[in-house]
Design a protein around this ligand. Sequence first.
Ligand SMILES: NC(=O)c1ccc[n+]([C@@H]2O[C@H](COP(=O)([O-])OP(=O)(O)OC[C@H]3O[C@@H](n4cnc5c(N)ncnc54)[C@H](O)[C@@H]3O)[C@@H](O)[C@H]2O)c1
Length: 264
Amino acid sequence: MTIDMFSLKDYVVIITGAGGAIGGATAHVLAEAGAKVVISDLNLEAAQKNADEITKATGQETLAIKTNVTDEAQLQELVDATINKFGKITALINNVGWGESTPLWGVSTDYMVKSYVLNTVSSYNLTKLCMPYLKKEENASVTFSGSLVGTTPSPEFISYSNAKAALVNMSRSMAAMSGPDVRVNTIIIGSVDNGAATLEAGYDEAMLKRLSDSFVMKRRGNPKDIAYAFNYLISPAASWVTGIELLVNGGGIYKSKMPTGDDE
Ligand SMILES: NC(=O)c1ccc[n+]([C@@H]2O[C@H](COP(=O)([O-])OP(=O)(O)OC[C@H]3O[C@@H](n4cnc5c(N)ncnc54)[C@H](O)[C@@H]3O)[C@@H](O)[C@H]2O)c1
């Protein structure tokens, strides 16, 4: 049945940053689709809360674990804890990421490097550790949380956008070398409402309104819009999909600027 092609029954999925908006919604959706999810976050309290809610709502076993993704020893602990609890890893979602608005010429070397380590290098390290386990599983995959700012000029997010741009090429390189055993893809995420985190990143209400209005769909995304895309990319339905960037962005960048007579 077609619906079974989207099922994640018997899948074990590690999701980083799963105490947050997109990672949390993704953990919830994947558990509903049948997966056992490992909810990893720097913020253990948020991770545990999501894990408890998911188990209560879906009956699925979950594992909440504190991980600072920039610490390689903690990444190894995450992999070991997953294997100890569930015995395998079918999919990895490298979702941690963070960036704030900075002046184009106001970023230090340290800041640039920190951003790169958090957004890109950490997921390289975790993918490397998971790869031997992923290779043993059918339809195994790695998926990254990319960003629209990593694919368009984004001078106001210079360090974050550089790091997210690098993520795309890293994902393609991994895909080229990991097939046919492991599929590797990136979701290019448009502006998603993640509550306070958006404002912390330097947006104000007026910017958010302009952003929403600029999208073809006339709204920012909600975390589940992205979670469903992760579900697809991990599922058997996507077993021939690797090395791609899947844009989930409300159609923002596709609106033609050409005069058509239909414009307001
Ligand atoms: N929300 C958006 O508009 C948007 C747009 C494009 C891309 N993204 C990307 O989507 C991903 C998720 O974003 P979100 O909106 O859910 O953000 P969020 O802030 O809600 O969640 C991020 C989570 O990562 C955790 N985290 C931060 N540093 C960490 C570290 N060192 N180790 C482990 N965990 C850490 C935080 O505790 C938080 O729970 C990120 O990669 C982000 O760059 C988001």
